[in-house]
Design a protein around this ligand. Sequence first.
Ligand code: PLP
Length: 340
Amino acid sequence: MVMLTASRLGSRLALGTGKTEVKDMGSYTELGSFFKEGILSLGPGAPSSQYYPFDDISLKIPSIGRFTEAEFMDSGVRVETRKYDMKESRSMYGTGSTQLLDFVTEHTKLVHDPPYLDWQCVLTGGNTSALDLAFRTFTERGSYILVDEYTYPTAFETGYPLGIRYAAIRIDEEGPLPEHMDEILENWDEKTKGAKKPHILYTVPTGQNPSGATQGLERRRNIYRIAQKHDVYILEDDPYYFIQMLPSTGSGKEQLKPSAPTSPSAFVETLVPSFLRLDTDGRVLRMDSFSKIIAPGTRTGWVTASQQIVDRFVRAHETSLQNPSGFSQIMLFKLLREGW
Ligand code: PLP
C-alpha cells in the first residue's frame, strides 16, 4: 500500500493538518453535533435551525432520457424536501454529507470496484477544487510532476503559483506514451533538474482536454506498470468518464455509434476501466465530478483514494471548502436516489 511519509509523497500540508478545534468541539455535545436538544452551542456561530429561512424546496425531475422541454413538461416527478424531514421521519435525508457520500461510495464500488480494501470517498467542490488540494497535498515548492505534453490548462494555472514544475510526456492519439514516461524517470538527473524525480503523474484518461484522446485499457495498464516501477502516484482527473465514444474511424469517415445499452451494468461494461479499477497498490487518487454529467453549477464532486489520503482531504477541507453546498447536496441526492 502506497503511504504518505515525510520523505515521499509528503508536503507540509499533507503531514501537518490535524483535526480543527472548532470541529472537535462538536464531540462534546450529546449528539456529537453542535445542535444538542435544548442547548444552542455558540461555538460554531451558527443560527438555530429554527431560524433558517428555508422551509421547503421543490424540484421537478425529468424522467431519464426525456430532457427536451416538451417531454419535460408532461413527464418526470416532483420531489419535495422540508426542513425537519429527517427528525419527523419523512425522509432519510438529514444533515447532508453522509447520504450523498454513501451514494457516491456505492456508485464507485459498482462502477470501479477498487481492488484493495481501505479505499474511501470524500465529497469535493468539483475537480478544479480537488486538483488544487491534491497539488497542495502531494507537492512542495519546486517539485516536478509528470503531465501529458498538452494537458488541461488549469493544471498549469493551479500549479504555477504553488511553485510546481512540469515534466512533459509525449502523447499520441491515446494519450501519454508509457515508454517516454519511463525514459524521463530512468534518466532523471537531480543535479541538472535541481529537483527530485517526479513522484506524481497528473492525467485525464478519458476525453482528454484539449486533445480529446481516451487511453485504451492496454495504455492504462502500461502507464500503471511504469508508475509502479518508479513509485509514482497517479492523479486521475476523469470528469468525462461516462461520455466515452467509440474510436474514430479516421478523418472524413463516419463516427461509429454505440448500440443502446440494455441496463446500467451493461453500459458500465462498455467503458474502459479506470486507473482506480486497476489500482492494486492504492497509488491512484481519482477525481469525479457532477459538472459534466449533471450540471456544472452543482460545484460538487468526489475523490476516491486510500483511507490515509482521503483523511488528508477531510482535514484540509476543514480549513478550506468544508463541504460542497448543502443545497447542492440535497438536490443531487433527491435527483439520484429518489428521482431516478
Ligand atoms: N478537469 C478537466 C479535465 C476538465 O476539462 C474540466 C472542465 O471544466 C475540469 C476538470 C473542471 O471540473 P469541475 O467543474 O468539476 O471543477
